[in-house]
Design a protein around this ligand. Structure first.
Ligand code: RB5
Length: 174
């Protein structure tokens, strides 16, 4: 299993702690950013990590921001991404068993590194159960399809491709 991991500035320290955990378990991963404490925009990081998962180079993703909420909102906009923001292991495990989550989102301002590690461990060890759950996951996909709008209608703006915009964000509002 290969993991794509990413965070914004608020999640940077927790990401380093989780990378140490992945190293200790010899689980391969790639850190797709951000790599500094400069304020950056979580949707951009979420899109980078989710695109990497959809490319099939990675099996699962882990996204970390202040609460885990912004990352999960951004990730769940992307077809075939099922992101779960979790602050305890039970939900994380069930998000894989029942919902076949392929992205785990964590809030660095919500969970300390010890708990985040337990959440991550439970999620990585869990397996999708399929069967009756597949019918429901298929329904999620069909909802996506019903509301899909061609990407050509939404051109990429400069902000979308620039993960770090220090000049636009003061330290007090990062
Ligand atoms: C950054 O201050 C914070 O808004 C971000 O990390 C995240 O919590 C958003 O959901």
């Amino acid at each position: 299993m290969k993991i794509a991991i990413g965070s914004d500035h608020a999640g940077l320290a927790l990401k380093e702690a989780l990378k140490a955990y992945l190293d200790s378990r010899m689980i391969p991963y790639e850190d797709l950013g951000t790599h500094t404490q400069d304020s950056c925009d979580y949707p951009r990081i979420a899109e980078i990590v989710c695109k990497a998962i959809l490319s099939s180079e990675f099996d699962r993703g882990i996204l970390i921001c202040g609460t885990g909420i912004g990352m999960s909102m951004a990730a769940n906009k992307i077809p075939n991404i099922r992101a779960a923001a979790c602050s305890e292991p039970y939900s994380a495990i069930l998000s894989k068993r029942h919902n076949n989550s392929n992205v785990l989102c964590l809030g660095a301002r919500v969970v300390a590194s010890g708990l985040a590690t337990l959440i991550t461990e439970g999620w990585l060890n869990a397996s999708y159960e399929g069967e009756r759950h597949q019918r429901r996951v298929d329904m999620l996909t069909r909802i996506e399809q019903r509301y899909a709008i061609p990407a050509v209608s939404h051109p990429i703006k400069e902000d979308d491709t620039n993960p770090i915009l220090p000049s636009e964000t003061s330290a007090s509002e990062n």
